[in-house]
Write a protein that binds this ligand. Structure first.
Ligand SMILES: Cc1ncc(COP(=O)(O)O)c(C=O)c1O
Length: 353
């Protein structure tokens, strides 16, 4: 059985849009895409009067090298959000199929499922915020086509052990695609599971340049998966998803200079995460700080609402996650610069004299 048998047959069968860029090969005078012949003001040689490559070769190569996959195993899009949406649309038949998630987790899996009118099977994380593989497998129905796991998980921060990922991938073979969202993996001690995509054709990994690579505003994310899955998603992706300035910014971030810069900030975030974890723990009014392998901490307060308001009054915006299951007393605080983190501590210290 091919993993593509899990996808919507009509997507496999449809004739995809063929863009001018896809059809062109060679040539020097381009009169095939109804573009302007003139570059816009301030273009500086970028060529924004032309449509960009659908999957820019230089960026695909740089990302494939970074993540250790072959170029055919990588799809680059507008943040990993786009890949989540494409997966749901390609694998879930509206009104019939479903995804499986473990709340509290990243909200876009459920949003994309709702937009597609796919069902959502929820298997809550344990009270210690760890994944319960047995419960997930017990909840699996034939409608579930995609299982999302997030490691480290947003908003709790815990990683999923590699052994759990492997166990799930094996158990889901022929039944569902396992999507491992590694948006925060660069901050974690445990590495990526991307090497497993060669072993399990029903395993897909999401990565992004929005977090450790400091490019949230540029919108570049990748899906790493079996080449057939990547080819399938390209059939339904917008023809020109990646703006030229974004591609340029991503290539700069992935250069030697950019990588050194990212590594430097990564070290600061990891050190600050430890410092903040310890300092927050000591504050009266703080009930608990969940252990985190990401660039944020989920913090339980005696009165999270009051803590949120105090921080906001001091100009500090954190994420109120009280609506998430099991986090009714928590705020999620991103690790900022040492000075910003110091301000958070100072305000919370004042709150609890
Ligand atoms: C777990 C997780 N996955 C994916 C995303 C989306 O990232 P991107 O900016 O690549 O769309 C986020 C953003 O916060 C996230 O927390």
């Amino acid at each position: 059985m091919s993993v593509l048998d899990l996808a919507r047959p009509e997507i496999r069968a449809m004739q995809p849009y063929s863009s001018a860029r896809m059809e062109a090969s060679g040539g020097e005078v381009f009169l095939n895409a109804n573009e302007s012949a003139w570059a816009p003001v301030g273009d500086d040689g970028l060529g924004c009067n032309r449509y960009p490559e659908p999957q820019p070769a230089a960026l695909v190569d740089a990302l494939a090298a970074l993540y250790g996959v072959r170029r055919q195993q990588l799809l680059v899009g507008r943040g990993s959000d786009e890949a989540i949406d494409l997966l749901v649309r390609a694998f879930c038949h509206a009104g019939r199929d479903a995804i499986l998630i473990q709340p509290p987790t990243f909200g876009m899996y459920a949003v994309c499922a709702r937009v597609q009118d796919a069902g959502i099977v929820e298997v809550p994380l344990g009270t210690d915020a760890t994944l319960d593989v047995d419960a997930m497998l017990a909840a699996l129905t034939s409608a579930v086509k995609l299982v999302f796991i997030c490691t480290p998980n947003n908003p709790t921060g815990q990683p999923v052990p590699r052994t759990d990922v492997e166990r799930l991938a094996r158990a889901l073979a022929g039944r569902a695609l396992l999507v491992v969202d590694e948006a925060y993996v660069e901050f974690a001690d445990e590495g990526s599971v991307v090497d497993l995509i060669d072993r399990y054709d029903n395993l897909a990994v999401l990565r992004t340049l929005s977090k450790a690579w400091a490019l949230a505003g540029v919108r570049i994310g990748s899906l790493l998966a079996n080449a057939e899955v990547i080819a399938l998603l390209r059939r339904i992706m917008a023809p020109y998803p990646l703006p030229l300035p974004s591609v340029d910014a991503a290539l700069l971030a992935l250069s030697g200079w950019g990588q050194a810069n990212a590594r430097e900030h990564l070290a600061v975030v990891r050190a600050e995460r430890t410092r903040m974890h310890e300092a927050l723990h000591r504050l009266p009014g703080v009930r608990d700080v969940l252990p985190s392998q990401a660039n944020f901490l989920a913090v339980r307060f005696d009165d999270a609402g009051a803590a949120y308001r105090r921080l906001l009054a001091a100009g500090i915006v954190v994420r109120d996650v009280r609506r998430y299951p099991n986090l009714g007393d928590a705020l999620r605080i991103t690790i900022g610069t040492p000075a910003e983190n110091g301000r958070v501590l100072a305000v919370l210290q004042e709150t609890n004299p």
